[in-house]
Design a protein around this ligand. Structure first.
Ligand SMILES: Cc1cc2nc3c(=O)[nH]c(=O)nc-3n(C[C@H](O)[C@H](O)[C@H](O)COP(=O)(O)OP(=O)(O)OC[C@H]3O[C@@H](n4cnc5c(N)ncnc54)[C@H](O)[C@@H]3O)c2cc1C
Length: 395
């Protein structure tokens, strides 16, 4: 029986796993992840602003994998390197005939930023998102104390990409509602989005709509780069300084640290270069954020959950085709639109044909996309839970 190891149970790794289960071949599939959960990063803005509880932001991997039945295994371990057809992890090593690297990306912090402790974090980890949520709520509570409420609490969000825009809009909206619904006459919270560009690379229509909404909510836009972070002070590219109480960094990504230990070909930023079948080597594939993914014309596609999912399906199919001596499928990753949450029940959806739906309808669409992804996985995890319980009762 051929052994497949998938490293990373995020959007890409899970899709690959599902594809192996769907194609029902006699292979053993092991999913390794450093965490026991699949973090739904695309919903982190809702967690940070308490619109959804923590259980809505992850899928538990041991029960999800158990739902796929025999020959599917979950291992909670951190991969360190790949050597001689083995994934070497902190606790053990795992032999494979085929391997899929799906370890995603991490926030690429400005130098020194990550050392600013509790005042600065990213949202790319569940721990980071929970921390921001708790910190923000403490500050909301502090608005009720007269001696603190006089002070204006300053939050800076660094980076005007999708995550920066969503977090800034949702936090501003949350605070506005907090004041309005409780008729509070307390000190303000200033949310500043610091970025030279807002949603760079997207159509002007989408960028303008987003900027209008951010301004309507009361997010201050600072069109500069942050060149340096000091203790509670950001130095901008025009040498201006802005002080802050809390900073959220969403300015960029880099490959998960594990990739540094691998000697496969990489681009200048350290992401894995894959061939048209998503291989980095004869029997090793890379998918999702960690790989330089391209469309059929060879143009790079942005790292998104949807590109991770599409690449996961292709890699799994190509492994099965190789086992069955069939030709492999060329990767053609396509962005099938984008949904941007912009505070409360307001979102902008951009379809692949340039059609834009904004406002409440856009929000309904975004929620439908999230539910469409999450509900079947939650259901499967529950099935897996029952299976594990039955196994325990029989032993
Ligand atoms: C705030 C925010 C909003 C976003 N919104 C959208 C959106 O609306 N639409 C969209 O398409 N995309 C969105 N994205 C981007 C999307 O979340 C990523 O592109 C996607 O998560 C990439 O999937 P992946 O499978 O490559 O990696 P991930 O989902 O990051 O999964 C990687 C997995 O690998 C594991 N791992 C890492 N290193 C190791 C190791 N050494 N050993 C074992 N396991 C390891 C991790 O624990 C993790 O489970 C958003 C991102 C953020 C942060």
């Amino acid at each position: 029986m051929k052994k497949v190891v998938i490293i990373g149970g995020g959007y890409g790794g899970i899709k690959a796993l599902e594809e192996f289960a769907k194609l029902k071949q006699n292979i053993e599939v092991t999913l390794i992840d450093q965490h026991t959960y699949h973090y739904l990063q695309t919903e982190s803005y809702d967690l940070v602003t308490s619109k959804i509880p923590i259980q809505e932001t992850f899928i538990y991997l041991p029960t999800l994998v158990a739902s796929f039945g025999k020959n599917f295994y979950f291992v909670h371990d951190e991969a360190v390197t790949i050597e001689d057809n083995q994934v070497v992890c902190k606790k053990d090593s795992y032999h494979f005939d085929y391997c899929i690297i799906a370890t995603g990306s991490v926030t690429k912090f400005l130098k020194g930023f990550e050392q600013k402790g509790e005042h600065s974090l990213g949202v790319k980890s569940l721990r980071g998102a929970i921390h921001i949520k708790q910190f923000f709520e403490q500050e909301l509570f502090a608005r009720l104390e007269p001696q603190r409420a006089k002070k204006c609490f300053k939050v800076i969000v660094i980076g005007g990409g999708l995550s920066g825009v969503e977090i800034a809009a949702e936090m501003r909206y949350y605070f506005n509602q907090y004041i309005k619904e409780n008729a509070l006459s307390c000190g303000n919270i200033d949310i500043q989005l610091v970025s030279k560009h807002i949603l760079k690379g997207l159509a002007e229509k989408t960028r303008n709509r987003t900027i209008k909404r951010l301004q309507y909510l009361g997010v201050s836009l600072i069109p500069q780069y942050v060149s340096e972070i000091k203790e509670q002070e950001a130095i901008l590219s025009n040498k201006e300084k802005i002080d802050f109480d809390f900073a959220i960094f969403t300015g960029g990504i880099e490959p998960s640290p594990f990739i540094k230990n691998l000697s496969f070909k990489k681009d200048k930023r350290g992401f894995l270069i894959v061939d048209e079948y998503l291989k980095v080597e004869k029997n090793i594939f890379a998918i999702g954020d960690v790989a330089v993914l391209k469309d059929k014309q060879g143009n790079p596609v942005p790292p998104t959950a949807q590109s991770a999912e599409q690449s996961g399906v292709i890699a799994a199919k190509n492994i099965l085709h190789t086992i069955l001596n069939r030709p492999m499928q060329r990767a053609d990753i396509k962005l099938q639109g984008l949904a941007i949450a912009l505070g409360g029940r307001y979102a902008v959806i951009v379809t692949p044909f340039g059609l834009q739906i904004s406002g409440f309808l856009g929000w309904l669409g975004k929620k439908a996309i999230e539910k469409w992804y999450k509900t079947p996985l939650k259901f499967k995890a529950k099935q897996g839970f029952k299976k594990l319980k039955q196994c325990k009762e029989h032993t």
